[in-house]
Design a protein around this ligand. Structure first.
Ligand code: NAI
Length: 671
């Protein structure tokens, strides 16, 4: 058999090096062809004649990125089981080798890559910052499926293993050493030497610590499994995300019977991967990759970023850019606000970096600049001042003569048409919308708004900058509310109308959370700021006949601005909404239906208005911009999955009951 992805080299120490170099790809993936090859190779090796087998990647990008996710798309149960069984066969063969087996990791090792390592006797890895190990399957709605669930628990104990498998987060080499996932961490140049040293060690007789034996004991497992499930349920309800619960259950029921646990693991993942949740999450993964590809970092790397407005958004944008490595100055008309901006940035850096030296270095990159000296030096200026066209235009006129030639002006406006803002500029092409979402550190999307006047190269540069700061750029046409706010607003306003009808805020929020939203609409309105909501609602009501609820106007008039002044629909203490969990409502399904139909109806309207290029980008924008239940795959996917006709019938019946705002948009015809 000719191998295209793997090659084999035997050295003078009688060590067999299995070299992985996945053909025509920047990274190694354990596709079914790569697994078949490896299976064949393992059969060729006479394991009683070689000293050891070392797995090594020939890619500079990292070790192995995991299974081939493309193979999951549209897969059914039988095909999934066949694929997973192949993975099991290979990993079992590695584990059963008579000689030592060693995995040598430099760079990332994800999913199947980490599972392959777990099947080896020893794992050695480089201490490079790029070395990160993870089992992120849960993010795709599945769990480790190549024997990794059993082997991970066996190697590092249930607490550390579940922490890795249930969060999907990647850990550094140092952390991996601390939890005994890897046997040695060394400088990259010493890595081969370390692997050779393990080749000559006695076969490992890895013994579990007393603590881990106790935690894996059948009597303790029941209690611990319940506790872990309760913790998971706070973030990922069982009805929406079955994978974590199936994984916990495998351990609970079968840990004492390893062979059975492996068999059941394969069945469990085959069931999960064919399920709509995983299929939608796989789709979301590819949408994310698509958005990433829309910004080419090579096109633009600013040396200096200047942010004007140190409020909720500007302050956080400045902090985020400094965190991502840029030299940033942040300007505000009010020095007291700037002091708070720096304080907030410091909190973010502490939370993210946890290392005094790194925190100080990052803070050094962020300068409070009350007078705006940074304007002359900046390659990109991000404006995030009050949402008022006149105020913004006055600012632009004063700063344009001071800006460097070729410097970009990006506005974070939520609703003002770019053409209006650009009309006061001598060079209107330099203005692009760069619309961040709140909270900046958490929300992955930025809308790149192009007006008719925007220069195409400038748009591409802003998309490049978005990738430098690790955000997902989405090109959006300049039109009231752009994409995300436009779709979100009817949903938020419906929530406010229900609140005015007397439905408790807590119940409205709960209905949305049960649908799978990350935050309820009432709390979201408070978080965005009720003044900002009102301004967006006013602009949208002009173009779409959506009435602005009196309740919202009243709240703003009476000084209820939301979380920012601790007074909104909820009151806030230490930034936390004070909710009364006893306040309930009997008809939660109705609440949910009203909210979601308003949202999907507006989504169809955006398709009609060609706000983004296609359905996929629309779904991506709403998922990454609002956190719209990812397991549902986005609003348009929701229509496809739940039957367009049924949803239209529901719209008609709500229209009869509640009025014109439930009129179906013509955009439904395009879905
Ligand atoms: P904010 O009221 O918290 O902050 C605005 C800041 O700009 C204030 O600190 C103010 O002192 C400063 N400022 C006003 N005029 C200035 C000038 N001429 N020169 C220097 N500083 C000036 O407002 P927020 O919420 O941060 O919004 C800022 C922009 O971001 C708005 O355009 C808003 O529509 C947009 N936005 C807001 C979101 C939110 O969730 N709050 C989300 C996305 C966009």
């Amino acid at each position: 058999m000719d191998y295209i992805h793997w090659s084999m080299q035997q050295d003078e120490n009688n060590i067999c090096w299995l070299l992985f170099d996945y053909k025509d790809s920047a990274m190694n993936i354990l596709s079914s062809t790569a697994l078949q090859e490896l299976d064949h190779i393992l059969d060729q090796i006479n394991d009683s004649k070689v000293q050891a087998i070392v797995f090594k990647s020939l890619k500079s990008s990292g070790f192995i990125a995991g299974a081939n996710i493309k193979e999951f798309v549209g897969i059914d149960y039988d095909a999934a089981l066949e694929l997973i069984t192949l993975g099991h066969t290979v990993m079992n063969k590695i584990e059963a080798m008579k000689c030592n087996t060693i995995s040598m990791i430099h760079g990332f090792s994800m999913g199947g890559g980490t599972e392959l390592s777990l099947a080896c006797d020893y794992i050695v890895c480089s201490d490079d910052v790029s070395t990160r190990l993870s089992l992120p399957e849960v993010k795709l709605g599945i769990h480790p499926g190549f024997g990794g669930s059993l082997r991970c628990i066996r190697r590092i104990g249930p607490l550390a293993a579940f922490d890795m498998m249930l969060t999907g987060r990647a850990i550094s080499a140092k952390q991996a050493r601390r939890i005994k996932l890897v046997d040695e961490v060394t400088a990259q140049r010493q890595l081969e030497r370390a692997a050779i040293a393990f080749a000559h060690k006695k076969p490992s007789s890895r013994k579990q610590s007393i603590k881990n034996r106790l935690l894996n004991n059948a009597l303790v497992r029941g209690f611990l499994a319940r506790k872990i499930s309760e913790k998971v349920a706070r973030k990922a309800p069982k009805a929406h995300y079955p994978a974590p619960y199936k994984l916990i259950n495998l351990w609970l029921k079968y840990y004492d019977f390893p062979k059975k646990m492996l068999e059941k693991e394969a069945i469990s993942v085959a069931e999960l991967v064919a399920d709509p949740t995983a299929q939608n999450l796989v789709r979301v993964y590819f949408l994310q990759e698509q958005l990433k590809s829309l910004g080419d970092k090579k096109l633009f790397t600013p040396l200096h970023v200047h942010v004007i407005g140190g409020g909720i958004m500007g302050g956080d944008i400045a902090a985020w850019c400094a965190f991502k490595g840029f030299q940033v100055s942040v300007q505000d008309q009010d020095p007291a606000i700037l002091a708070k901006t720096i304080q907030r940035a410091c909190q973010l850096f502490k939370k993210k970096l946890r290392d005094e030296r790194l925190i100080t270095n990052t803070l050094d990159r962020l300068t409070a600049d009350h007078k705006g000296y940074g304007i002359e030096h900046a390659d990109i200026i991000i404006e995030a001042i009050f949402e008022d066209a006149k105020v913004k235009q006055t600012l632009y006129q004063s700063i344009e003569p001071r800006m460097k030639k070729g410097a970009i002006l990006a506005t974070n406006t939520s609703s003002i048409p770019l053409e209006t803002l650009a009309s006061c500029l001598k060079n209107p092409g330099r203005l692009v919308g760069l619309h961040f979402f709140n909270p900046v550190a958490l929300m992955p999307l930025v809308e790149i708004i192009h007006g008719e006047q925007s220069d195409k190269k400038t748009i591409a540069k802003v998309a490049a900058f978005s990738r430098h700061i690790d955000k997902l750029p989405l090109a959006v046409k300049s039109s009231p509310g752009f994409l995300v706010n436009r779709i979100l607003m009817p949903y938020l306003l419906e929530a406010i109308i229900m609140y005015a009808e007397g439905i408790p805020a807590e119940a409205i929020d709960k209905a949305a959370l049960e649908f799978g939203m990350p935050m309820g609409p009432i709390e979201l309105a408070d978080t965005v700021g009720l003044d900002v909501c009102l301004s967006v609602a006013n602009i949208l009501s002009e173009s779409s006949n959506t009435p602005v609820p009196e309740q919202l106007e009243h709240m703003v008039k009476t000084g209820h601005l939301g979380k920012k002044n601790n007074k909104g629909f909820y009151s806030y203490r230490n930034g936390k909404a004070q909710k009364d969990s006893t306040r309930s409502y009997k008809n939660m399904k109705d609440v949910q239906q009203r909210l979601i139909l308003m949202l999907v109806n507006e989504a169809t309207a955006c398709l009609r208005d060609k706000i983004v290029d296609n359905e996929d980008l629309l779904d991506a924008g709403v998922i990454f911009g609002t956190g719209f239940a990812p397991f549902r795959g986005g609003p348009i996917k929701y229509i496809h999955d739940n039957g367009k006709h049924d949803l239209q019938t529901q719209m008609d019946s709500l229209k009869k009951q509640l009025g014109e705002r439930f009129t179906q948009d013509n955009g439904w015809d395009l879905v």
